[in-house]
Design a binder for this molecule. Structure first.
Ligand code: NAD
Ligand code: MG
Length: 353
């Protein structure tokens, strides 16, 4: 475990790449295999195809994605066939399936100079794959759910992405990754250089501390406190969940400052006071513990062991979450109230954040 050098927030350190920095010819004449046709897989496959790159989708023959990919005009093959026919293999199956898929269906077909590409560094960072040393290993990780990667591309824009090189056997690994980022539309927005370790550790920490763990914990607990105190669940739902989007949209557009500027002075005062009261040194100590678990691999070991057991704890938590009163109240309310943006997803959208 290496300790990163602290960066000063005042000094820009990030290297960014745009359209002109990429040379798409690094992928011309190359077949790209997209393994998996889920959230990221379908977006990468379709965007690359529309960018004029030869794409083959690799799937299990019984996979629901097979017909979808074929209907979208893509060539589909078994994972092994796709891997064998391609010089660049993009591994877009779930993180917990990557080790088995790689070992059984990809590794036997790798040739020196091939490129293995990831959209998240988990399996490489925690050394779950036996990577041959004569291939390039790179990452192009869109900072966006897959459906948005596709949508933005079709609008002529792109989703930003992170790029990293773990192994550079050919001397062209970075250029290849950048050409791929160009093909999926990411260089239209901006591509930020990172490492597999930085991407994996910050991604896991962000989703645990803030995006998926911290935020849902706050929303759920605040809802419970209001309802137990006798307030209407529908009102509690609006306050603690619905309005979160309005606040986050402001932060997304202009940082914390834009949000503080838009809310009332009372909300700003209460926000400073409440935030400091709730998130204190004890919370920061727990955040540091989370980060330690992530960096020393104990979090990854817990998740992999849970997955190996058939995910009993995960499924129990998922069921409990679905049965929480905030979900029941929300479902009823969303049927009865027209939301401003008309957004009522027909089914949950997967979003790795
Ligand atoms: P997903 O669950 O949406 O899709 C997985 C696909 O893989 C499906 O088509 C499934 O049929 C297929 N698959 C599953 N097991 C397989 C097997 N054993 N053999 C062959 N195919 C199999 O996955 P996803 O969310 O797109 O994640 C793919 C990668 O992208 C992961 O590394 C993830 O961390 C990363 N990522 C995802 C997002 C996101 O928005 N979902 C964002 C950034 C990065
Ligand atoms: Mg993420």
């Amino acid at each position: 475990m290496t300790t990163p050098t602290p960066h000063s927030p005042d000094q820009p350190t990030a290297r960014l790449f745009y359209e002109d920095d990429a040379d798409p010819s690094h992928l011309s004449g190359t077949t790209v295999a997209i393994i998996g046709y889920g959230s990221q897989g379908h977006a990468h496959a379709l965007n690359l195809k529309d960018s004029g790159i030869d794409v083959v989708v690799g799937l299990r023959p019984d996979s629901a994605g097979w017909q979808q990919a074929a209907d979208a005009g893509l060539r589909v093959a078994s994972v092994a066939e796709a891997a064998a026919s391609a010089r660049l293999i993009s591994l877009l199956v779930p993180d917990t399936s990557q080790a088995a898929v790689f070992r059984d269906s990809i590794a036997p077909h790798l040739e020196p100079g091939d490129t293995l590409l990831f959209a998240h560094g988990f399996n490489v960072r925690y050394e779950l794959l036996e990577l041959p040393t004569d291939i390039d290993v790179v990452m192009v990780a869109p900072k966006s759910p897959g459906h948005r990667v596709r949508e933005l591309y079709q609008q002529g824009a792109g989703a930003p992405a992170l790029i990293a090189v773990e192994q550079d056997a050919t001397g062209c690994a970075h250029a290849t990754a950048l050409a791929y980022a160009h093909g999926i539309g990411a260089t239209r927005a901006g591509v930020l250089e990172t490492t597999f370790a930085e991407e994996t550790e910050t991604d896991l920490f962000g989703e645990q501390a803030v995006l998926c763990g911290g935020v849902t914990g706050l929303v759920r607990s605040a809802f419970e406190v209001l309802v137990s105190a006798g307030y209407q669940p529908e009102v509690a739902y609006f306050e603690c969940l619905h309005e979160l989007k309005l606040i986050v949209d402001l932060m997304y557009r202009g940082g914390l400052g834009e949000m503080w500027h838009s809310v009332s002075d009372t909300a700003e005062h209460g926000g400073y006071e409440g935030g400091a009261r709730l998130v204190d040194d004890e919370t920061r100590r727990k955040m540091t513990e989370m980060l330690t678990d992530i960096r020393d691999g104990s979090y990854a070991r817990r998740w992999i062991a849970e997955d190996d057991r058939g995910r009993p704890d995960f499924e129990r938590r998922r069921a409990a979450e679905q049965q929480h009163p905030i979900e029941q109240v929300g479902a009823r309310l969303r049927q009865r109230i027209a939301f401003l943006d008309g957004a009522r997803p027909a089914r949950p959208v997967t979003a790795d954040v």
